[in-house]
Design a protein around this ligand. Structure first.
Ligand SMILES: *Cc1c(COP(=O)(O)O)cnc(C)c1O
Length: 357
């Protein structure tokens, strides 16, 4: 039996997509070969890349003057690619709202004067700083944010309105809610949270900002080079791109991002309402900033938390252990988590509370 998998990443994928991939695994598009065996220059594979890009553009309403890239190295490699492509005056402002934005900031410091201009570390990242009150520097090359904080379970409600190019790590929420891409200079996301197996990273970048990477920028990290080569500069992560394309087709069939967002709000609402009405479970995040993708919660004690994780797994609800920085539990309820999975979790939470309160 398939488990309900609440892993933060790599994470659950739509069952219909896995079945489709399984059906055509040995003979992809009539080639007589698996998609894992064909050349990335094969016409059948080039069509996959083109379709994936077109679907992403359609679903996210990406303007034509933005490049859409499929690259490797995970979101963590983009922590370096961002300064290497954009830090022309040697200055960048970072908003630190969790572990990943902190890592991005630290990586930025390797290349220049990267400043943390606002942080929510004072309250263990349980909120997002007021974006209208952040002292961004006049001459910063860009402003970097992480729009959804996977470990701490927060998300931006409003985005900073800045003159400098706005760069966002959207790894754990891409395609989960509508965003106005034109407000951002660059959006990047590792695929393994909400889109595909690990291996591919999406970069969406305004073309007029990527033409002039720093001289020291490795060729592979130059967005311009990736754009000119349509993400086929070298051998790309073919299978992950193929899977991403299948997931994008699936999302389109569901009705697009607006529809998916409505389902996500509904799922998260069920879980948060249940937690809020319980005196046994607690979510520590400031309500306004609660993520609809990652929901951390605790019971009254670390011992009960450990017991919860173990018993939940025995009941087919797996990977609920919270990140080591936070403890407790975390339910990642990405696009591919069915409503029934969230309902099953809530039923289990009720039962566990009855037995242990
Ligand atoms: C998982 C995650 C990362 C790290 O992604 P890798 O692909 O493992 O490098 C970075 N940022 C956010 C927001 C994440 O959720």
């Amino acid at each position: 039996m398939r488990a309900y998998n609440f892993s933060a990443g790599p994470s659950t994928l739509p069952l219909s997509v896995l079945e489709e991939a399984q059906r055509e695994f040995l003979d992809f598009a009539g080639t007589g070969m698996s998609v894992t065996e064909i050349s990335h220059r094969n016409k059948a594979f080039e069509a996959v890349v083109q379709e994936g890009e077109a679907l992403l553009r359609e679903l996210m309403h990406i303007p034509d003057d933005y490049a859409v890239l499929f690259v490797q190295g995970g979101a963590s490699t983009q922590f370096a690619a961002v300064p290497l492509n954009l830090m022309h005056r040697g200055k960048a402002d970072y908003v630190v709202t969790g572990n990943f934005s902190k890592k991005a900031w630290q990586e930025g410091k390797i290349y220049g004067d990267a400043a943390c201009v606002a942080s929510s570390e004072d309250k263990t990242y349980t909120y997002i700083p007021d974006v209208s009150a952040i002292p961004f520097r006049e001459d910063t090359d860009y402003v970097h944010i992480c729009s959804n904080n996977t470990i701490f379970g927060t998300r931006y409600v409003e985005f900073p309105d800045v003159k400098a190019p706005l760069v966002a790590d959207m790894s754990s929420e891409i395609l989960s809610r509508e965003v106005d891409v034109s407000k951002f200079a660059v959006i990047y996301a590792g695929a393994q949270k909400n889109l595909a197996p690990a291996g591919v990273t999406i970069v969406i970048a305004k073309r007029d900002l990527i033409g002039n990477p720093l001289p020291m920028c490795p060729t592979m990290l130059k967005w311009k080079v990736q754009d000119e080569n349509k993400s086929l500069y070298n051998t790309p992560p073919c299978f992950s791109i193929y899977m991403a394309t299948l997931v994008l087709r699936h999302l389109k069939k569901l009705g697009g991002v607006k529809e998916i967002n409505a389902i996500n709000e509904y799922k998260a609402g069920l879980l948060y309402d249940f937690i809020d009405n319980s005196s046994f479970y607690t979510n520590r995040v400031e309500k306004k900033y609660r993520s609809i993708m990652n929901v951390p919660f605790v019971t009254p004690s670390p011992e009960l938390d450990a017991q919860f994780v173990k018993e939940a797994a025995a009941n087919g609800l797996v990977s609920l252990k919270g990140h080591r920085l936070v403890g407790g539990m975390r339910a990642s309820i990405y696009n591919a988590m069915p409503v029934d999975g969230v309902k099953a979790l809530i039923e289990f939470m009720k039962k566990f509370e009855r037995e242990n309160a």
